[in-house]
Design a protein around this ligand. Structure first.
Ligand SMILES: Cc1cc2nc3c(=O)[nH]c(=O)nc-3n(C[C@H](O)[C@H](O)[C@H](O)COP(=O)(O)OP(=O)(O)OC[C@H]3O[C@@H](n4cnc5c(N)ncnc54)[C@H](O)[C@@H]3O)c2cc1C
Ligand code: FES
Length: 262
């Protein structure tokens, strides 16, 4: 699997909602090698502060060589990243990690919550590329409110996909959790759920899928220092005992392989 460490140009910054930013890079090598669920480590400033690269899921790639990330400003690194100007160059390392294993599109249900929506667009576009226009995956997306969710729907709608939306305050779609929507679908065995979002959401999805005997892949987020299996900073506990590295064994895992009770 090819990986690259490249200085790439930031082409565009879009503020989609309060503190939610989408960046487009000109990164043809990384974009061409990337698979849904993989991530890049970004060196935010050339100097030492912040020292560590930050991990971001690959949100979308395009045949023109562009690569997008979608992120929320939560701390110093993401605040600085949101302030980088178009035309400036940043060092990207990637694509990293193991991504989603794609099954049948018509038996796929994608569930993204909050910034966990980021890798779902790339995954959806790969599913659609496989089979357009006959079969399409089911897509459920959730966020706190309409302001956060609405700007993220267009990418899926442009693929011709209908999105089942859920918001915490009921301002768009179902008033409640994505897991309520998933439960309401009563998916048959043979389906696979592909999920990324806050840990409690993915734990609930894992529980539901176990009950319904549905296969489930989750993309987990941990703090990561190196992103390449060298620092042991990203350990995730396994059901069978021991730990896996989120960066090199994941970030996508079969949900049933992980220990959710911690
Ligand atoms: C594989 C992977 C993919 C990711 N993809 C995305 C994405 O597509 N979009 C997105 O918005 N975020 C994503 N994240 C989370 C993102 O890396 C962190 O939000 C970012 O590193 C925070 O940097 P900071 O300097 O702004 O925050 P810091 O100042 O370092 O921390 C601010 C707050 O964020 C929390 N935080 C820091 N790092 C992480 C982390 N890795 N995961 C969860 N919480 C963290 C801290 O505990 C703290 O509460 C991903 C993380 C991983 C591991
Ligand atoms: S982040 Fe260093 S081992 Fe995973």
């Amino acid at each position: 699997m090819s990986q690259f460490q490249k200085k790439v140009e930031l082409v565009r910054t879009e503020v989609l909602a309060r503190d939610v930013v989408r960046l487009t890079f000109d990164a043809p090598d990384i974009a061409a090698a990337a698979l849904p669920g993989q991530f890049v480590m970004i060196q935010i400033v050339p100097g030492q502060d912040p020292l560590l690269r930050r991990p971001f899921s690959i949100h979308q790639t395009s045949s023109d060589g562009s690569l997008q990330i979608l992120f929320k400003v939560v701390g110093r690194g993401t605040k600085l990243l949101a302030e980088v100007k178009a035309g400036e160059q940043l060092s990207l390392l990637g694509p990293l990690g193991k991504g989603f294993v794609l099954g049948d599109p018509d038996k796929a249900c994608l569930v993204g919550g909050g910034m966990g929506i980021a890798p779902m667009l790339f995954l959806a576009s790969r599913f659609c590329r496989q089979t357009q226009p006959v079969q399409a995956p089911t897509v459920i997306l959730g966020a706190r409110n309409r302001q956060e969710l609405e700007p993220l729907l267009a990418g899926f709608q442009n693929l011709g996909l209908e999105v089942l939306a859920a918001t915490d305050d009921g301002s768009l779609g179902h008033h409640g959790l994505v897991t309520d929507v998933l439960k309401g679908l009563s998916l048959a065995p043979g389906f696979t759920v592909y999920s990324c979002g806050p840990r409690p959401m993915m734990a609930a999805i894992n529980h539901l899928c176990l009950q319904e005997k549905i296969s489930c892949q989750v993309s987990v987020e941990t703090v990561m220092a190196c992103g390449m299996g060298a620092c042991l900073g990203c350990a995730v506990p396994l059901k069978a005992g021991g730990y896996a590295h989120a960066c090199s064994d994941g970030p996508v895992f079969e949900s049933g392989d992980l220990l959710w009770s911690l």
